[in-house]
Design a protein around this ligand. Structure first.
Ligand code: DX5
Ligand code: ZN
Length: 220
């Protein structure tokens, strides 16, 4: 099932509650929360207190994308703060299965995020432990970057691997996605589509979500 996951990184933080209501009105089902530490990526964003506050005001699925070093130290705290999905980067965690299992034991869905330059083979051993893969189509750190075109073929190959191995892993994709390219991405096998600029850039997040749902559904 296609789900749109707006990235609140592109929201107006002074009006975050209203922005979330606008996303709900458009039909978003997942809120993508980009957590950056200034070490794994060259930017610092938001953390646990914001997740706790959001949890109090919405029933949407909260999806925390941890772009932090040593994500195993914090992953469970994000579930306890209210996240339903938590992803950690394969590049940042030498103990992936342990971290994924800890997220699941805390009651969350566990994801592995993978950068554009990291080959899919690095997922080989941990794949059966993940509920979802977050395939990056930009190098993480900032909203508003251009979709890296090689991500589409990588997405196809990942989908094929999941089918061949008989897994139920969902694929989420993140970075540079808008109404113009969502069709080819859904066709290539992504189920959860993250978008920041593509939704907030036009100034009307409700319409932004609707446009993406429409373009992602009627691409044939
Ligand atoms: C990038 C973040 C993304 C980003 C997406 O580091 O992980 O979630 O906010 O924003 P757009 O859609 O603007 O590329
Ligand atoms: Zn993200």
């Amino acid at each position: 099932m296609l789900e749109i996951a707006p990235s609140i990184l592109s929201a107006d933080f002074t009006r975050l509650g209203e922005e979330i209501r606008a996303l709900e009105a458009g039909g978003a089902t997942i809120l993508h929360v980009d957590v950056m530490d200034g070490r794994f990526v060259p930017n610092i964003t938001i953390g646990l207190p914001v997740v706790k506050s959001i949890r109090k005001m919405t029933d949407l699925t909260i999806d925390c994308h941890l772009m932090i070093v040593e994500p195993g130290r914090y992953a469970v705290e994000f579930v306890e703060a209210g996240a339903n999905m938590v992803s950690v980067h394969v590049e940042a965690d030498p103990h992936l299965q342990r971290t994924l299992i800890s997220i699941q034991e805390a009651g969350g869905k566990a994801g592995i995020a993978i950068n554009p330059a990291t080959p899919l083979v690095s997922l080989e051993e941990a794949l059966p432990f993940a509920d979802f893969i977050l395939l990056m189509s930009v190098n993480p750190g900032f909203g508003g970057q251009k979709f890296i075109y090689t991500a589409t073929d990588k997405l196809r190959r990942l989908r094929q691997t999941i089918i061949e191995r008989g897994l139920k892993t969902r694929i989420e994709i993140d970075g540079g996605i808008d109404a113009a390219n969502i069709g080819e991405i859904v066709e290539a096998g992504a189920e959860i589509i993250v978008s920041g600029t593509g939704i907030f850039g036009g100034g009307n997040p409700t319409e932004g979500v609707k446009k993406l749902i429409d373009a992602g559904t009627n691409w044939t």
